[in-house]
Design a protein around this ligand. Structure first.
Ligand code: DP6
Length: 328
């Protein structure tokens, strides 16, 4: 038996990924820039054993056969690299509500490839792990690293130039994030199928791709200069551009509910009052408010009091994936 374990954190993109340039290798059409979230972690154990007759996936204590295919595809690549044909049992646990759509695939696939790397003794570089995590989920490539992270779309057909790299360590600009949970339950349309539909039918998709690199440049400079206001402006613009492209899809993709919109207005009003905070929203109804540490308590209590906000989470920026080879 070969066994490995790893912990990875979730991340949220400030400059978003939406759209693929190639579906087979899951290559993004645009780059992205994210922050890794300390308090939203996934712990995964991978065991390869000749006694197993097939791969198996247990997520938060429940067998999840419907999610096994993407996991097995990732493991197949790694089994081939290691020259191993053993089946694997994967057990993964999130310390945050999976059903609330808080990017469990990002931390999940980052932890999976790091745990399998440890189990198989592959000794892969972080770049290789990022490329492998991308095959499972585009956003997972970023969760290999901590702090502020940039993902490159690359241009090669083999995808070897499409990986993430760290931009700035968490402690060098320790922003904090308040997550406002506005609805429970799994999202109706996954990011992957939503972006495919947007690419096929949204009249704004072409503009989204064409104007994306400029947002990346602005965000990179804002981070280098620790310019909160500049990062706030470009992050909200990228989020709203992504959602505009999604909404103009046929049939429409409206990921927000009324509470999401009220929270956006509340965050905008706080910033107008001089509070260093901005919002970002992925393909779901939860709002993430990114703020300077001095503002976190006030931002949290204001969002927690919004009618319809079910729960708030508070997190700082976290480290990259951490692997441990566990004894069989
Ligand atoms: C809106 O990484 O979930 O969260 O590559 O198909 O698994 P797949 O998509 P996924 O998409 C994330 C989209 C997003 C923006 C982002 O995280 O950059």
């Amino acid at each position: 038996m070969k066994q490995g374990a790893a912990t990875a954190r979730s991340n949220i993109a400030l400059v978003k990924y939406w759209g693929k340039r190639q579906a087979r290798l899951n290559l993004p059409a645009v780059g992205s820039l994210s922050i890794t979230l300390d308090a939203l972690a996934t712990e995964t154990t991978v065991r390869f054993d000749s006694a197993f007759e097939s791969d198996d996936l247990v997520l938060d204590g429940e067998r999840r056969p419907e999610q096994l295919e993407r996991v097995s595809q990732c493991l197949d690549i790694m089994r081939e690299m290691a020259g191993v044909s053993l089946h694997a049992h994967v057990a993964s646990a999130n310390n945050f509500p999976t059903a609330a759509g808080l990017a469990s695939s990002a931390s999940g696939f980052a932890a999976l490839v790091a745990a399998a790397n440890a189990a198989l003794g592959l000794d892969l570089s972080e770049r290789d792990l990022s490329i492998l995590a991308r095959r499972g989920s585009g956003s997972a490539a970023r969760s290999i690293f901590g702090g502020f992270v940039e993902m490159y779309p690359g241009q090669d057909d083999d995808g070897l130039d499409s990986y993430a790299e760290p931009l700035l360590a968490a402690q060098d600009w320790p922003l904090e994030v308040i997550v406002a949970i506005t609805a429970q339950g799994r999202k109706a349309v996954s990011s992957g199928s939503g972006m495919a539909r947007s690419a096929a039918s949204s009249p704004y998709y072409g503009q989204w791709v064409a104007t994306h690199a400029q947002d990346m440049d602005v965000a990179r400079s804002a981070i280098a200069a620790r310019d909160f206001e500049a990062l706030a402006t470009v992050s909200e613009r990228s989020c709203l551009k992504m959602h505009a492209a999604a909404m103009a899809t046929t049939p429409p993709l409206i990921y927000w509910n009324g509470v999401t919109v009220e929270c956006m207005h509340a965050v905008s009003a706080m910033r107008r009052r001089g509070v260093p905070v901005f919002f970002t929203i992925d393909a779901g109804p939860q709002l993430k408010a990114v703020c300077e540490p001095t503002a976190a308590a006030a931002v949290r209590s204001e969002l927690a009091e919004m009618p319809g906000v079910i729960e708030t989470l508070h997190t700082g920026l976290g480290p990259g994936v951490e692997a441990t080879v566990s004894a069989p």
